[in-house]
Design a protein around this ligand. Structure first.
Ligand SMILES: Nc1ncnc2c1ncn2[C@@H]1O[C@H](COP(=O)(O)OP(=O)(O)OP(=O)(O)O)[C@@H](O)[C@H]1O
Ligand SMILES: [Mg+2]
Length: 498
């Protein structure tokens, strides 16, 4: 279906793809794996006409083609779902789908016909999407299905999905894989980029491994294992488990009492009480959208709590501003790195001091920025958190997703926080870096910080947490010992046995 031959692509001095060759067979699900920055997104954006290769060849169904832009790609039956969705929130599903659809006759935007066609397409693949619904009212999973529908509506025969599961809950991942398998049965070809080896093993037929911009291996999924893939990806053996000793907690750092937070529709968090002590990691497990986002945002000063109290080190800090909280020693690694974590157009140096840029030692009392100090900060983060490429003058935007995440984590660790609030620390991060981030979190715990961790990855949160709170519909429905409680039991608590 698709053959990429000896593709090369450089951005300035950075060679993103070098001699990349990938053959994707028609009617298969083909996984692309590799470390952050290995060049996965770049090669797929070339196939979709987003970037033009410097050299190399692309063949579709055996024919050499010239893909100059996404229009050309769509005309050849290639569709792509980007990791960051490109939907207009205030429009309906159908409006989004026909918007920009290359039908040629934009004069007659027949919404009724579109509604009908989209509904039929949605039913055929059991996507459960209402064409008349507004995007802003849809869950992330549903928005992704809209992106899929958009590509299918344009008659895509080959679908490229760039880290589609990074933003999904485990249940939504299962649903997505069901959809992909049905699409495959209909004869579609699918390319999926993912960092999760269990997903590769569950859904793909073949795997291409990329490293340092090159395609370094191609294997049949049935003939490989997580361990083998990990070694191919990183070039060494990777610990696929977390190793840690028991926590030795000290005094209470964070005390939350009867906290409630209003959400978009009704209360998001209801009357929640818990505490986090120095030297322990308290995990919050729950299906996404059950209040954990609001909880972390309220504790870090991004939104207000409607009722209840928060104490930090014995002081009342309820509804203090994000800046005040940071000054007290509360760091925050947000779940949405683009919205909350980075200034994408600013360079790494500026991003490395974001949040503390206005005060000593970064800015002197007289208002002078201390460039030497900024240089030192960013240098330490690049070094300690292995941010690649490690050039402080690059924009945050030009880093690959996983490297953006390492930059944020490094910045917050530099604050030497007494309390770390962290959401989805390893989303979009490669397996080598996951191992690394897990070790760093445990190191921070052992150095005496208190950590509140939210993760949609049940395995991650059970492996890291010393105590685990289960949240459902905004309420903490129980606390369990992650060492002695099975993932199934926790899953049941998360869903209320449903
Ligand atoms: N628009 C750009 N300008 C400059 N450099 C870029 C640009 N896009 C990508 N790069 C660089 O090219 C290399 C490959 O990036 P790419 O996004 O393809 O990696 P990736 O394998 O998708 O990583 P991740 O798993 O983190 O998403 C990286 O070093 C990245 O910094
Ligand atoms: Mg990528």
């Amino acid at each position: 279906m698709l053959e990429l031959r000896n593709i090369k692509k450089a951005f300035g001095d950075c060679v993103a793809n070098e001699d990349v060759s990938i053959t994707v067979k028609s009617g298969t699900i083909h996984a692309i794996v590799g470390e952050n920055g290995a060049g996965k997104s770049t090669i797929m954006k070339i196939a979709y006409g987003f970037y033009k290769a410097d050299s190399g060849e692309i063949l579709v169904n055996g024919q050499p083609v010239n893909i100059r832009n996404p229009h050309d790609a769509i005309a050849l039956g290639i569709g792509m779902v980007h990791q960051h969705f490109m939907l207009v929130d205030t429009m309906t599903v159908a409006e989004n789908i026909i918007l920009g659809a290359e039908t040629g006759s934009t004069a007659s935007l027949d919404l009724e016909t579109a509604n009908r066609e989209i509904l039929a397409l949605s039913n055929e693949l059991k996507l459960d999407v209402d064409p008349r619904a507004y995007i802003e009212d849809l869950s992330v999973g549903a928005q992704q299905r809209v992106e899929l529908l958009k590509a299918l509506y344009r008659d895509a025969k080959l679908l490229i999905l760039d880290e589609p599961t990074a933003v999904l809950s485990p249940q939504e991942v299962e649903e997505l894989f069901g959809i992909l398998r049905r699409m495959k049965e209909q004869g579609k070809t699918i390319i999926i980029i993912t960092h999760k080896l269990d997903e590769v093993l569950a859904v793909s037929d073949e795997v291409t491994v990329m490293r340092d911009g090159r395609s370094v291996g191609n294997v049949k999924t049935s003939e490989t294992s997580a361990k083998d893939l990990a070694r191919l990806i990183v070039g060494r053996d990777v610990l696929l488990r977390v190793e840690k000793t028991d926590a030795k907690p000290n005094g209470t750092v964070l005390e939350v009492t009867n906290l409630s937070i209003s959400g978009k529709i009704g209360p998001a968090v209801k009357n929640v009480s818990f505490r986090v002590r120095s030297g322990e990691i308290v995990g919050v497990a729950g299906i996404e959208g059950n209040g954990q986002t609001e909880l972390i945002e309220a504790l870090s000063g991004l939104i207000r709590a409607s009722e209840g109290h928060v104490e930090f080190d014995g002081k009342d800090i309820t509804n203090r501003s994000a800046r005040e909280l940071k000054e007290l020693g509360i760091a925050h690694i947000p779940e949405d790195r683009h919205k909350r974590g980075l200034l994408l157009n600013s360079d790494l140096a500026e991003n490395s001091v974001l949040g503390v840029h206005y005060r000593p030692p970064i800015t002197s009392a007289g208002g002078m920025m201390n460039n030497a100090e900024i240089g030192k900060r960013v240098g330490e983060i690049i070094e300690n958190f292995d941010v690649r490429p490690g050039d402080p003058t690059l924009s945050a935007r030009s880093l690959s997703g996983g490297n953006q995440q390492k930059l944020i984590i490094g910045r917050e660790f530099e604050l030497d926080p007494k309390l770390l609030l962290v959401s989805q620390p390893t989303r979009g991060v490669d397996i080598g870096a996951i191992e690394f981030i897990h070790r760093k979190l445990i190191g921070l715990r052992d150095a005496g910080s208190a950590i509140l961790l939210v993760s949609a990855e049940l395995e991650e949160v059970t492996a890291l947490a010393d105590r685990l709170l289960v949240i459902r519909e905004g309420e903490i429905v129980g606390e369990v010992d992650p060492k002695t409680t099975s993932v199934e039991e926790i899953g049941l608590m998360m869903t209320g046995g449903k």
